[in-house]
Design a protein around this ligand. Structure first.
Ligand code: XMP
Ligand code: MG
Length: 182
């Protein structure tokens, strides 16, 4: 275990097992559809990479990067697009791939955005869900694990851009961060 990690919440084995089962569910649900998996950068990249290899269907992938407006303590729910898709979403079945849903403001903004762009369907899959912090009325269509209201790192999730490469989900030791995290 990394020296900055206090405890492991979800192990590598648990993550891989879950991704296999999510891939099977998605494969079943997207028969005869026009699936476009959209990775929300950067955090969802490791999850996306493993998930798509468990989806046994013709499909495409694309990438999007965004940041939310507002102060660190108060999110406005408005999202700035830093990198948009290359693909058209019109009449396609969009699956948004996230690392974690916290307030849900980012993902609900993106769901509405893609519906406005006339996608045929928009669903969401997230590796982690923190339902206790939800502000937007958003329930993921697929999720890996529910986590408590702790700041988690690893498998794409960062603190100050670090730890994304850890192959498990862990809780950071308090002494590592002295700035306020919301
Ligand atoms: P929402 O809009 O659902 O935002 O509040 C989700 C985004 O917030 C970040 N986030 C975290 N990142 N550990 C992280 O590394 C966490 O515990 C955590 N909680 C929220 C993350 O970028 C996610 O995409
Ligand atoms: Mg982050």
């Amino acid at each position: 275990m990394h020296q900055d990690v206090k405890e492991i919440l979800v192990s590598t084995e648990q993550i891989q097992e879950k991704i296999i089962s999510l891939g099977q569910q998605i494969t079943n649900d997207y028969q005869e559809k026009d699936l476009l998996c959209v990775c929300i950068l950067k955090g969802a990249a490791p999850f996306m990479a493993d998930l798509i290899r468990q989806i046994d269907l013709p499909m495409e992938i694309d990438f999007m990067a965004c940041s939310s407006y507002g102060t660190s303590t108060k999110s406005s729910g408005e999202v700035r697009i830093l990198k948009d898709l290359e693909s058209s979403v019109q009449n396609r079945d969009i699956l948004l791939v996230e690392d974690i849903i916290d307030t849900g403001l980012t993902l609900s903004y993106l769901v509405d955005l893609f519906k406005g762009r006339e996608a045929r369907s928009v669903k969401t899959v997230t590796l982690l869900d923190k339902p206790s912090r939800r502000q937007a009325d958003l329930v993921p269509d697929y999720f890996g694990f529910q986590v408590p209201d702790k700041f988690v790192i690893g498998f794409g999730l960062d603190y100050d851009e670090k730890y994304r490469n850890l192959p498990y989900i862990g809780v950071l030791k308090e002494e590592v961060y002295n700035t306020k995290i919301t």
